[in-house]
Design a protein around this ligand. Structure first.
Ligand code: CUA
Length: 186
């Protein structure tokens, strides 16, 4: 016959339970404190650079007007790409970019949160309305890349994607601005 726990044994169990409860609460308090302190003191932000923009008027003036979208060759030889992510397309949705060149993507949204994923590269960011998402990369080789929206943004989310064609570095400067916005081989 199994021995019934003595009075002392029961107290032991209860003491252990309280001890674990206390340890858990302490751990919880420490983790909460870390979140609060880092967000207040070190500015915890969305995973992108923190650059605010008015999502309502970005079509009308400033960096993201239609004529300024696409790629721009900078004086230092790097390329800056400006794009809009909106329900349910990227503007522009076709891009040609040079290989082996520093590329800076600047993307913003006029409506809801979108994703910006360049498959096979380090580029993967959220595009939050009110902010400019900035990501840098460099394509090692020429080729075709797909750029789907990887953040659910509405009924037609699955149709929201762009195509990036990467050409050898020396071909890029010879392309016209129209050719730089065309999909596929030319
Ligand atoms: Cu935009 Cu999903």
């Amino acid at each position: 016959m199994a021995e019934a726990p003595t009075r002392d044994g029961g107290d032991d169990v209860e003491r252990t339970e309280w001890r674990w409860l206390f340890a858990m609460l302490l751990l919880l308090a420490v983790m909460m404190a870390v979140v609060v302190v880092t967000s207040m003191a070190q500015a915890l932000h969305p995973p992108s650079n923190v650059e605010a923009i008015d999502p309502v008027s970005l079509h009308l003036a400033g960096e993201f007007i239609e004529s300024n979208l696409g790629s721009a060759l900078e004086p230092d030889g790097s390329v800056t790409v400006r794009m809009l992510a909106q329900q349910y397309s990227f503007v522009p949705n076709c891009l040609t970019l040079p290989a082996d060149t520093p590329i800076k993507f600047r993307v913003t949204s006029p409506d809801v949160i979108h994703g910006f994923l360049l498959v096979g590269t380090n580029v993967n960011t959220m595009v939050v309305p009110g902010f400019v998402a900035e990501v840098r990369t460099r394509f090692a080789t020429a080729g075709e890349y797909t750029l789907p929206c990887d953040e659910f943004c509405g009924l037609d989310h699955h149709d929201m994607w762009a195509r990036v064609t990467v050409v050898p570095k020396d071909q890029f400067p010879q392309l016209t601005s129209t050719q730089r916005l065309r999909c596929g081989p030319r």
